[in-house]
Design a protein around this ligand. Structure first.
Ligand code: FAD
Length: 405
């Protein structure tokens, strides 16, 4: 792995060298003549995928803050990207979890096709009786005499399960242990016999997520991440990265919910209402403050693992998105009553740009639920950031099998 100086001068030097490397790469790989996938694979092999990952795994072991330089250089050249929103769970959640817990061979096999988008990932965590209280989950994993595992249960709200090749999966392996201790974490191929994916339709009309039934699904022990019974610790890595992936994306000014509202406000003076002026301005300022906070969170991440601060950004992002899209409808007036398309699409999250304001408003309802509800984010902030007394948990010390369900 490369060594680097983390002093500002050292980082500047590394940044200049990195920029040079990207330019050399682009000079030797003409994306206008190359197959898109071959180009992406070559970029990964050159360590220019995620520069903070180790050498040989798409990176250079550099400071995460330098990723922006690579991204900017590639974007400026017009080269194809790996469509990050298509594989948001793979790149945002599965990759950091695998990096921490998978074997060298698993990393070698899984990370490249994940980064290039050849393999899409989904997250089999939530269950009908275990969402906020994930540690209450019931999907069972029973180890067989040969070491392999047999999984049975039902997962729900599984985004992208209909596109996914692989899934990260949390199970109950020891019902007699207390609920946080008896869990084991795996990754599993979605085409394994016994995995059944069924669409669930949302308020938007789309079915972007699914319920997934697991019926005698056999998983080799090599696809376990972390120790048997230590799945909760592994899941924490995933969940902290999830909040950052949802709330901590760096985006350009007016790149989020405020964008369409600001556009409408500027270009349609006839829809302006003096009473709304202060509110629009207020949301614009909040959006900008949140954007800059996300940038700071990204810089904090460069210095270590994601912390509970991600919950603050996730909470603020979802609240502001809902309010802003609501205001957009208000500004639109009667035109807001039209809905563009209520057919049951099966989107892959790649491009939502074309959808109308009604869709944006309805989809934002999920923001305060997906990736952990706003109430849970508030609990995390109060307990882990502000140090307030923890919520009273009556079932903490009871064996999972004895809990009321
Ligand atoms: C669009 C979307 C995509 C999703 N994608 C995935 C996915 O890909 N994979 C996956 O595994 N899951 C996914 N989820 C599931 C999501 O993580 C859960 O819905 C979420 O964690 C909430 O769990 P729940 O629905 O069981 O609600 P519950 O936990 O039953 O909560 C119901 C209500 O009670 C509140 N509540 C619960 N406990 C507390 C508490 N201790 N203190 C205060 N209030 C509390 C909640 O905040 C909520 O308002 C997705 C959800 C959505 C909406």
């Amino acid at each position: 792995m490369s060594t680097q100086s983390t002093t500002p001068a050292g980082l500047d030097q590394t940044a200049a060298k990195l920029k040079e490397e990207v330019r050399d790469f682009l000079a030797n790989h003409d994306h206008t003549k190359m197959d898109r996938l071959e180009f992406l694979r070559a970029r990964y092999d050159a360590g220019l995928a995620w520069v903070n990952f180790p050498e040989g795994l798409g990176g250079k072991g550099l400071d995460r803050s330098l990723q922006g330089i690579v991204a900017d250089e590639f974007a400026a050249s017009g080269a194809p990207d790996n469509k990050p929103s298509l594989n948001v769970i793979g790149l945002g959640m599965a990759a950091p979890t695998l990096l921490k817990y998978a074997t060298p061979q698993q990393l070698k096999d899984r990370l490249r096709p994940m980064w290039t988008g050849e393999e899409i990932w989904c997250q089999l965590f939530s269950e009908p009786g275990a969402g906020s209280d994930l540690a209450g989950l019931a999907t069972s994993a029973v180890q067989q005499p040969g070491g392999d595992w047999v999984i049975n249960g039902q997962k729900v709200w599984t985004s992208l399960a209909h596109e996914a090749n692989w899934a990260i999966l949390v199970t109950r392996s020891d019902p007699s242990a207390v609920k946080h201790r008896g869990m084991t974490y795996f990754f599993v191929r979605m085409d394994t016999p016994g995995v059944d994916v069924r669409p669930l339709r949302q308020i938007t009309g789309e079915a972007e997520f699914n319920e997934v039934f697991l019926d005698d699904v056999h998983i080799p022990d090599e696809q376990r991440l972390g120790e048997v019974g230590a799945g909760w610790a592994v899941a924490q890595t995933t969940l902290m990265n999830e909040r950052v992936a949802i709330g901590g994306r760096s985006m350009p000014r007016e790149g989020g919910a405020i964008g369409p509202l600001a556009h409408r406000w500027r270009n349609h003076p006839e829809s302006r209402d003096p009473a709304l002026h202060d509110t629009v301005l207020n949301y614009w300022v909040q959006a900008e403050a949140l954007r800059l906070t996300s940038v700071r969170l990204g810089q904090q991440l460069a210095a270590g693992q994601p912390g509970p601060e991600g919950s603050g950004v996730k909470l603020a992002y979802s609240t502001l998105a809902q309010e802003t899209y609501g205001l957009e409808l208000e500004v639109l007036g009667e035109a807001a009553l039209r809905y563009d398309d209520y057919s049951m699409g099966r989107p892959n999250m790649e491009d939502r740009g074309g959808r109308g304001p009604g869709f944006r408003f309805l989809r934002s309802k999920a923001n305060s639920i997906e990736g952990g509800t706003s109430e849970i984010m508030r609990n995390i902030i109060s307990e882990r950031v502000l140090g307030l007394p923890p919520e009273y948990r009556v079932d903490k010390d009871l064996p999972w099998k004895d809990l009321a369900r």
